[in-house]
Design a protein around this ligand. Structure first.
Ligand SMILES: [Zn+2]
Length: 491
């Protein structure tokens, strides 16, 4: 090891940790972290050196020209001008010609849906028609499909700059379990918030899903408790947390919403669901519950720092103020909202009111591209379509996918490149055709232009993409497996 301790210590002092303000859950006595397949050694040093630019997203939002980042084990120990950092380490990656940014954070997804992309009867409908045409196909899902589609989706996300992701798995036919997703995430080495979703309200009881695809509520709660106790790791730097996540107001009962909240809070884990996605969703809430979506979740206790809701395209002013006051988060999914013609979420208004809004790609049956850096672009563009050219800048859009995403997931250890943060960093090659001519502002170019896939990705200190290639899997083999499985669902 060849780093310079004094220099590192000085940088540590001048660049204080992010954090402190946001809450971190205490370690649950029952936490039993899933085994990480390829952890890095705690004293191994990795130097990412000579980057043309490092966009830190730290307190001062520093953008460092010709910078380096030093990592020890899975933690960033120093970031600064290349000449001020050590020149050697156990492993060195030269980032000349690249821009480094914090790994992007995806706060909403349904990874199994990558098996059912562009299904013809579900290409052109709005939410309720779209989902009703897909339920019968999803009914044929198997545990192998969950594992392979999770690996496939994670590969797609990682190549697009994502290092932390949530997944919302809410249907469990044919013996499928959340454990199948968790196993895939451990293989991929991705930081994972696994949402134990659920559906309990079948068509015969006024819900949208077929009766055959819903679960018994007692069984849902028992299994949710099981996965929390088995897997949830609340510690700083956690690679795996469990989230309690009934699917939506139109697919579960109010009882299950209440019980889920109380279960989650007894274990100090987060809560997640879909809310106010489009006009039909709001109408359903008014007709069934005589409540707006905001009133509905407020009454059920589904607000607070430990809760985030996907979409909220139609969240009203009361809801926006409620979310701001209570610290309730939102996963904004611009591509899915456009694809299903749900509308334009008032993200600028939400941010101005003090609501924390992160970004999500949503499931691949309604996006149908799990590309995080492209989603950042769409978030910026869609706000401008809705609310004018100054509604969102490139840097603000990138903040949604980094700092805000971390906060949505109740984390203060990812989302920025600063000493003490976990080593989740991605780098894009600035010499790609899609970025040509934009060298005067490479950070804005990442959002305005098409940067393609990442050249490098480091997750938890481990290099998972090197020179554009995944190092943790046989990508071609997984694509072939995935396509064969997809063909059995929709021949
Ligand atoms: Zn969704």
């Amino acid at each position: 090891m060849h780093n310079q301790p004094d220099q590192t210590r000085r940088l540590l002092l001048t660049l204080p940790l992010l954090a402190a303000s946001s809450k971190l859950f205490a370690v649950s006595p029952s936490a039993a972290p899933a085994k990480e397949h390829h952890p890095v050694k705690p004293d191994r040093t990795l130097l990412l050196k000579n980057a043309d630019m490092i966009a830190t997203m730290d307190h001062e939002r520093r953008e460092i020209r010709h910078g380096s980042i030093l990592i020890k084990g899975n933690v960033i120990t120093a970031v600064g001008k290349a000449e001020e950092l050590p020149q050697q380490a156990d492993e060195v990656i030269d980032l000349k010609g690249h821009i480094a940014i914090p790994g992007l954070i995806n706060t909403h997804h349904h990874m199994y849906q990558s098996l059912t992309r562009v299904i013809p009867p579900a290409q052109d409908g709005e939410l309720f028609k779209w989902i009703s045409n897909l339920y019968p196909i999803w009914q044929k899902m198997t545990p192998e499909m969950i594992r392979v589609s999770t690996m496939m989706s994670m590969a797609e996300l990682i190549l697009s700059g994502c290092t932390t992701t949530s997944d919302h798995l809410y249907l469990y036919p044919g013996g499928c379990k959340l454990d199948d997703s968790i196993d895939a995430a451990a293989r991929m080495g991705m930081r994972f918030h696994a949402s134990r979703g659920s559906m309990s309200l079948g068509q015969s009881r006024g819900g949208l899903p077929p009766d055959s695809l819903v679960e018994d509520e007692a069984a849902i709660l028992t299994d949710t408790q099981r996965v929390i106790e088995r897997y949830h790791d609340a510690r700083r730097g956690s690679m795996l947390r469990i989230v309690v996540a009934p699917c939506s107001p139109f697919s579960v009962t109010q009882d299950l919403m209440r019980e889920s909240a109380s279960l989650a809070r007894s274990y100090k884990v987060s809560l997640h669901t879909h809310l106010a996605e489009n006009d039909n969703d709001v109408r359903y809430s008014q007709e069934k519950f005589n409540r707006t979506p905001a009133q509905y979740v407020e009454e059920l206790g589904w607000v607070g720092h430990d809760v985030w809701h996907a979409h909220c395209v139609k969240l009203d002013d009361y809801g926006i103020n409620l979310f701001a006051r209570t610290g309730t988060g939102i996963a904004h999914c611009p591509c899915s909202n456009m694809r299903l013609a749900s509308g334009i979420a008032p993200v600028r208004t939400m941010l101005n009111a003090g609501v924390n809004v992160g970004l999500g790609v949503d499931g691949s049956a309604s996006n149908d591209t799990a590309d995080m850096i492209a989603e950042v672009r769409q978030a910026m563009l869609l706000q401008r379509v809705g609310f004018g050219p100054d509604a969102m800048t490139a840097r603000q859009a990138l903040e949604l996918a980094t700092l805000n995403g971390a906060k949505v997931l109740n984390r203060d250890d990812v989302g920025a490149i600063a000493p003490g943060m976990m080593a989740d960093i991605v780098a894009f090659d600035l010499n790609r055709p899609g970025l040509a001519g934009a060298g005067h502002d490479p950070l804005a170019a990442l959002v305005f232009c098409n940067p393609g896939t990442v050249a490098y990705s480091v997750i938890n200190g481990r290099v998972v993409v090197e020179k554009g290639q995944m190092t943790v899997m046989d990508l071609d083999k997984t694509v072939a497996q995935h396509n064969a499985l997809a063909a059995t669902l929709y021949p």
